[in-house]
Design a protein around this ligand. Structure first.
Ligand SMILES: Cc1ncc(COP(=O)(O)O)c(C=O)c1O
Length: 442
């Protein structure tokens, strides 16, 4: 949809950013893009250049930009009622809570609403502590939980901790990063040493009773690290043995992204608590924490999230869930995800700098390496510049900054996936032409 640009002078955007935003508001690309508007899987910059969006505002624009059904729901609600706080009940908040109880696995039933994934995770930890009476929480290496002091401490990547020394009561345990197994195992020699180490850590580094573990079924910011199902099953079993709860952080993996409704469903683990944000309301700010009645009913001391359960966010979420169901987008994520994955594996055969292809559904990662799996963040930087020139937007991540993250809106079509694969192929070919030594990566 063509629209006149909102940005009077895109050329001076970087100067204004430097003058008025703190320096940690980082942007992709040597020349940041000033984005103007979006439509479905496409974004348009302030000069009118079109991009195929395969990162969806960090896995958040789940049903495509400017979706008419979601936008109409938001517009209707704005006309009716924008905000009252949870001191009063509203139909959208109640309807969303009821809907989440219906679609989440197992016995998850009672929700607490907030405005972000960080707050959703804070809430989950508070629930686990109040329900179990234990304090210590396990978090996984390479995880990302958000930006509050607690969430940064849970986060298992130093770069995202802003030099914080951390809050007490959090113990990091081994994740299953099979491509770089710290135990030197390969899939055929794996004895789930990482999960066994969790039990050893509980015995040696905690009081022996834990409130729970928080785990992303696929680690998002960590670079789409995809643990074997058996790891998550074992993790849940061990934590429960020591009195703890299993918290599934579905902020990135929730609502169809991985080809099942929730990421944890691949492993068949029924969590005690789940957290959501990002894709739930297609970009309208929302966070939610849902728990089983036994857990949730302990969460009864006074606390309030002013914007939690906001009727505009709740209507946006309900409309987003409607679109997902009407268009069977979980199934689309599965089908297009298989096609995307096959294309990426084909690229991997030809371009050896693609050391690992991993993920599920429309959440696929590419780890860039040089010989001996040496992380190559510089190659990711170059790949991003070249795919941008091709009109394709993708993300990056990982502890070493060497993983490309590919996660289009769930409405993506086969021909759009093919366009993205073609753009990535052209970018790789140009990189190999510019640096012939890449041909020798083994
Ligand atoms: C898995 C996960 N949990 C929590 C968060 C924090 O969410 P927010 O940025 O909305 O606070 C993020 C954000 O990227 C995330 O990826």
């Amino acid at each position: 949809m063509a629209q006149p640009s909102q940005t009077a002078n895109p050329a001076d955007a970087l100067d204004r950013k430097r003058a008025y935003l703190t320096p940690n508001v980082t942007t992709y690309y040597q020349e940041p893009i000033v984005m103007d508007h979006g439509d479905g899987c496409y974004l348009y910059d302030a000069q009118g250049k079109r991009y195929l969006d395969f990162f969806g505002g960090i896995l958040t624009v789940s049903v495509g930009h400017a979706h008419p059904q979601v936008n109409q729901a938001v517009a209707d609600q704005l006309q009716r009622l924008t905000h009252v706080s949870t001191l009063y009940l509203t139909e959208p908040m109640l309807a969303l809570a009821e809907r989440l109880a219906k679609i989440t696995p197992g016995r998850l039933q009672k929700s607490f609403f907030t405005s972000s994934g960080t707050e959703a995770n804070e809430t989950a930890i508070a629930m686990a502590r109040t329900a179990t009476g234990s304090y210590e929480v396990l978090a996984l290496r390479h995880s990302y939980s958000g930006r509050s002091a607690l969430a940064m401490t849970l986060t298992g990547q130093s770069a995202w901790r802003m030099g914080m020394h951390g809050v007490p009561g959090v113990v990091q345990v081994m994740n299953a990063y099979c491509y770089r197994c710290p135990f030197g195992r390969t899939p055929d020699t794996c004895g789930l040493e990482c999960a066994k180490d969790v039990e050893e850590t509980i015995r040696t580094a905690t009081s022996g009773r834990v409130a729970g573990v928080i785990a992303e079924p696929i680690q998002g910011v960590g670079g789409f690290i995809t643990p074997p199902d058996a790891y998550l099953q074992e993790l849940a079993r061990i934590v429960r043995k020591y009195g703890g709860l299993f918290i599934s952080d579905e902020v990135q993996t929730g609502f169809g992204r991985t080809g099942k409704r929730f990421g944890i469903e691949h492993a068949g683990v029924e969590p005690d608590v789940m957290t959501f944000a990002k894709g739930l309301a297609n970009g309208v700010p929302i966070g939610a924490t849902i728990a089983t009645p036994e857990v949730a009913d302990h969460y009864d001391a006074p606390t309030i999230a002013t914007f939690g359960g906001n009727p505009v966010s709740a209507r946006a979420a309900l409309a987003t869930l409607d679109v997902m169901e009407q268009q069977q987008l979980t199934e689309n994520a599965r089908v297009q995800g298989v096609f995307l994955r096959e294309g990426l594996e084909e690229l991997q055969k030809r371009y050896r700098i693609l050391g690992d292809v991993r993920g599920r559904g429309l959440m696929q990662g590419l780890e860039f390496v040089r010989s001996d799996k040496q992380p190559a963040p510089d190659l990711v930087g170059e790949f991003l510049e070249r795919t941008k020139a091709e009109g394709l937007l993708i993300g990056k991540g990982g502890l070493y900054g060497n993983t490309v993250r590919i996660a289009p809106p769930l409405t993506v079509t086969r021909s759009q996936v093919q366009d993205a694969l073609d753009a990535m192929e052209r970018a790789l070919r140009a990189m190999y032409q510019a640096q012939p030594e890449l041909n020798h990566v083994s």
